[in-house]
Ligand binder design. Structure first.
Ligand SMILES: C[S@@+](CC[C@H](N)C(=O)[O-])C[C@H]1O[C@@H](n2cnc3c(N)ncnc32)[C@H](O)[C@@H]1O
Length: 259
């Protein structure tokens, strides 16, 4: 990584994702949660992307970048702090080109990369390591959006279940507790049938603190909704399978508009 784009904040997800980059993409195939709850909720919040210029922040291996391009986005740029995740995304692009561009960046320090109608970030804001980092992430995202453009993101629900093992049936482990305040470090892990993907460090942010960062960065019309299971997910696995999740959704989806 060049000096210019070295992370400003002490972000241990760079090392953590380096070690799981090759396993990460398999979570989409192995965990029905990712398709039937996360993806369905994110796509529903995004709506039609035909002709939109999209910036995918914390793009990881580029799963959503590819999906949005295939759904009609005119341009997609993906950025991620992990060189290994970006390498994996670039490898997929080289094997099956969709015209996507991937760059290694910390979203909290990235420059204006273009003119975008939509910024998407699936699992981003809980990687803000400090309040200052969170504020800068929101500001950098706003700087990349046209006026009236939207930011849609999926983040760990601040009111997700604290009970250990609660999300185990869905292949996720959340190590949350009752003493968390803004900035508290905690972790989550994917637990697939192929084993535990080592826990990833995240940070707790309340809705109030997230909204403060978004409003200060110039976002309006801030809307939250819990991630919900799609009709297809219910058909495939039954209502009972999803009941625990419906009672305490793992993630929430944010949609906000740049003033
Ligand atoms: C759970 S993965 C999600 C990847 C992708 N959005 C997806 O849903 O498949 C979280 C990603 O956030 C990236 N990340 C964490 N902090 C970041 C930051 N400050 N700037 C850019 N990327 C970051 C990690 O490297 C990792 O690839």
């Amino acid at each position: 990584m060049s000096e210019e784009h070295r992370p400003l904040f002490n972000n241990i997800s760079v090392q953590e994702y380096a070690s799981i980059a090759d396993q990460y993409e398999s979570t989409f195939q192995l965990l029905p949660y990712r398709t039937y709850v996360e993806q369905a909720s994110v796509l529903n919040a995004i709506g039609d992307v035909t002709g939109l210029r999209v910036l995918d922040v914390a793009c990881g291996t580029g799963y959503y970048s590819r999906l949005l391009r295939q759904r009609g986005a005119s341009q997609v740029v993906g950025v991620d702090i992990s060189p290994e995740m970006i390498q994996a995304a670039q490898k997929t692009e080289a094997n099956a080109p969709l015209g996507l561009t991937y760059l290694v960046r910390d979203v909290g320090t990235m420059e204006v990369l273009g003119t975008f109608d939509l910024v998407v970030g699936v699992y981003l804001l809980h990687y803000a390591t400090t309040g200052e980092h969170l504020d800068q992430i929101c500001q950098c995202i706003a700087a990349n959006l046209v006026s009236g453009g939207r930011f849609v993101t999926d983040t760990v629900n601040p009111t997700a279940a604290r009970q250990p093992g609660y999300y185990e049936p869905y292949g996720m482990a959340l190590y949350a507790h009752d003493d968390m305040v803004d900035g508290t470090e905690y972790s989550f892990a994917f637990t697939t049938t192929q084993g535990l993907i080592s826990p990833l460090t995240i940070h707790y942010w309340t809705i109030a603190r997230l909204e403060q960062a978004l409003t200060t960065a110039g976002f309006i019309d801030i809307r939250w909704q819990p991630a919900v299971v799609s009709a297809e997910g219910i058909r495939e696995l039954g209502q009972e399978y999803w009941a625990r999740h419906e009672a305490a959704p793992f993630c929430i989806i944010l949609s906000a508009t740049k003033k």
